[in-house]
Design a protein around this ligand. Structure first.
Ligand code: RET
Length: 285
């Protein structure tokens, strides 16, 4: 298998070795479709609610709009990549790797994160007020570690089947940058809570928990072929392939859409505390 599939991801290996059952194939296709449909719905939400916050907070909504559009396009491509690589084989009643089709790859996701990750990290800086940290040094830290985390992970994911050692080395380097991001985000949220209205403080606490949970799902998806008892051998199972699609979709909806909505709620509370009350305004929406 390695000689014909090389450094492609484990989805292709499963497709060639055993193929996918109807359920595994369809669930994957559906969950990818759900993903891009939600991004479009999110896009509308962020456009329609932009005037419910004071002008100085609106950059947060604009960044959510940027993220929605790029994620929408990426997930559409990803869904077509999935359906395009497989074709139904009536003899075995399975979807098998299609001769001559493009192989499936998650690399599109990683490069898409180069846009989304910095945007999501900057976004919160336009809503909270930092009490101690310096805005531009936090911004640069987010930008540097975000980019380094993604690029090292991008290199690593090519080796998930062919070279587990390299896969884990690149994954570990990437994780160091990830820890730096978590450290910065914790600091931003704690400072942001100081002096914020009580409701905004509560939303910020929720944002931290959501952030921690959803961002951890991405390294979980990276590790997917190793998450069962396979030890240092990747496990080529269709269950893990479906689990990876579902993990990515939950992570995407949480880290982009729900996160953006919670930031909008924080900005609405801050706006209200500063005398901008959209609930009692004409033409607010
Ligand atoms: C990688 C490689 C393995 C180690 C770690 C990773 C972390 C990835 C993260 C990605 C977040 C992406 C987001 C995208 C939203 O559009 C690169 C998988 C730690 C945290 C939030």
């Amino acid at each position: 298998l390695i000689s014909s599939l090389g450094n492609s991801t484990f989805e292709n290996y499963v497709a060639m070795e055993s193929g996918f059952t109807e359920m595994a194939y369809q669930m994957s296709a559906h969950v990818l479709t759900l993903g891009y449909a939600i991004m479009l719905a999110g896009l509308l939400y962020f456009v329609l609610t932009i005037k419910t916050v004071k002008p100085k907070y609106r950059i947060s909504s604009v960044l959510s709009v940027v993220v929605m559009i790029s994620a929408f396009l990426l997930l559409l491509v990803q869904q077509q990549n999935w359906t395009g690589m497989l074709s139904y084989d009536a003899d075995s009643a399975r979807y098998m790797l299609d001769e001559g089709a493009d192989l499936f790859n998650n690399g599109y996701r990683y490069l898409n994160w180069l846009i989304d990750v910095p945007m999501l990290l900057f976004q919160i800086l336009f809503v909270v007020t930092l009490t101690k940290s310096d805005f531009s040094s936090v911004r640069n830290g987010f930008w540097f570690s975000g980019t380094a985390m993604i690029l090292t992970g991008y290199v690593g994911q090519f080796y998930e089947v062919t070279d587990p050692t390299l896969f884990f080395i690149w994954g570990t380097i990437s994780t160091l940058f990830f820890f730096h991001i978590l450290y910065l985000m914790k600091k931003v949220i704690s400072e942001g809570q100081e002096g914020a209205p009580p409701k905004a403080q509560k939303y910020l606490g929720t944002i931290w928990k959501l952030f921690l949970f959803t961002w951890m799902l991405y390294p979980g998806a990276y590790l997917m072929p190793y998450l069962t008892f396979g030890g240092l051998e990747p496990v080529l199972s269709e269950t893990l392939v479906v689990a990876r699609h579902i993990t990515y979709t939950i992570a995407d909806v949480g880290s982009k859409v729900i996160y953006g909505i919670l930031l909008t709620l924080v900005a609405q509370e801050m706006s209200k505390a500063e005398g901008y009350d959209f609930e009692h305004m004409e033409n607010a929406l």
